[in-house]
Write a protein that binds this ligand. Structure first.
Ligand SMILES: Nc1ncnc2c1ncn2[C@@H]1O[C@H](COP(=O)(O)OP(=O)(O)O)[C@@H](O)[C@H]1O
Ligand SMILES: [Mg+2]
Length: 313
């Protein structure tokens, strides 16, 4: 098994020249599947970048707001291991500013879809389009800088709170850091700490709750200001007040951005513009909450088995 030290070394290594997304994707993958995948990461980081295209996809709109982004997967197929097909004929579109909720049992392929969206892996068939441009006509960096991620396992590193929020934005000013923390409802909390933004986070020994950690990663996403978000909804329990703060901060973060949410909460799923129900690498159903309920299929079953208690008046 790969050591945490190696993971941290990897993060520091990749931090020098990549956007946050790849580090997270890399970190997830290293942790999930060990040294073989780490090899793939390095191979992947070392790959030459394709030439820049005109109309840089990561560029902010003239008014300074994050541009909304359309993402379309067309008949995508993908497998991690030769001979073991996983994603098959996946077609899915997220319109600018809309929210796509991805639901399905463990092993359905939800995380895999995220890995493909941020181009951590290359697809085997079909195509993925970012505002109509095929991923293959963009460099990985051009794809990735459009994405921000707030994942369930918060990915804070050993360093100050300031550096953690500023991760991937080495040029950020103190004012920008504080503004991002305010937007994420975490500035007040940081100011209660004796060292404030200079507080060093040190993994397990840290006195910061999981809810506050999540808010810090939301602050990081605010600062990065991406057009597209990937959110993995936390299932770990936090106190009600923090939960409310997280939900408000997330909603604010999502405003005007396209988002893919690996969703666990009924409220999120119901509010999504599109729900994608996955099973065994396939999209088995796609539609709004009401459409899928009316269809009486897989989602209907999932809904009644998982959420009926929550719904009882
Ligand atoms: N890096 C990997 N290498 C090989 N197989 C993988 C890898 N990651 C995930 N898988 C397999 O792909 C399938 C889908 O996994 P995943 O996308 O993580 O599902 P979910 O996020 O819906 O639980 C599972 O069978 C899983 O074991
Ligand atoms: Mg997963």
């Amino acid at each position: 098994m790969i050591s945490l030290g190696a993971v941290q070394a990897f993060i520091q290594y990749s931090q020098r020249f990549t956007s946050p997304v790849i580090q997270i994707a890399g970190q997830m993958n290293v942790l999930q599947s060990g040294i073989v995948s780490a090899g793939r990461v390095f191979e992947f980081l070392d790959a030459p970048e394709e030439p820049q295209l005109p109309g840089r996809p990561g560029e902010s709109a003239p008014d300074g707001t994050a541009p909304a982004r359309r993402v379309r997967l067309e008949q995508v197929s993908f497998r991690y291991e030769p001979g073991t097909p996983l994603i098959d004929d996946l077609t899915l579109e997220a319109a600018p500013g809309r929210t796509v909720a991805i639901v399905g049992p463990t092993g359905a392929g939800k995380t895999t879809v995220v890995n493909l969206l941020v181009r951590f892996y290359e697809i085997d068939g079909g195509r993925i389009l970012l505002d109509g441009v095929d991923y293959r006509d963009l460099s990985r960096e051009q794809v990735r800088r459009n994405f921000g991620m707030v994942l369930q396992d918060t990915w804070l590193f050993h360093g100050t709170i300031r550096d953690n929020i500023g991760y991937g934005r080495a040029d950020a000013t103190d004012e920008e850091i504080v503004a991002a923390a305010r937007a994420a409802h975490v500035d007040d909390f940081v100011r209660t700490l004796p060292d404030g933004y200079a507080t060093v986070l040190d993994g397990e020994a840290s006195s910061i709750s999981s809810g506050q950690k999540q808010l810090l990663t939301i602050a990081r996403a605010f600062l990065a200001d991406p057009g597209i978000l990937i959110l993995d909804e936390a299932t770990s329990s936090v106190d009600t007040r923090t939960e409310t703060m997280i939900q408000e901060a997330m909603a604010r973060l999502q405003a005007g951005r396209t988002s893919f949410v690996i969703a666990h909460r009924l409220s999120t799923i119901q509010a999504a513009d599109t729900i994608v129900v996955m099973d065994a690498g396939r999209v088995v159903e796609q539609g709004t909450h009401q459409e899928l309920l009316d269809r009486g299929g897989c989602y209907h079953g999932l809904y009644h088995s998982q959420f009926s208690d929550a719904l009882a008046p």
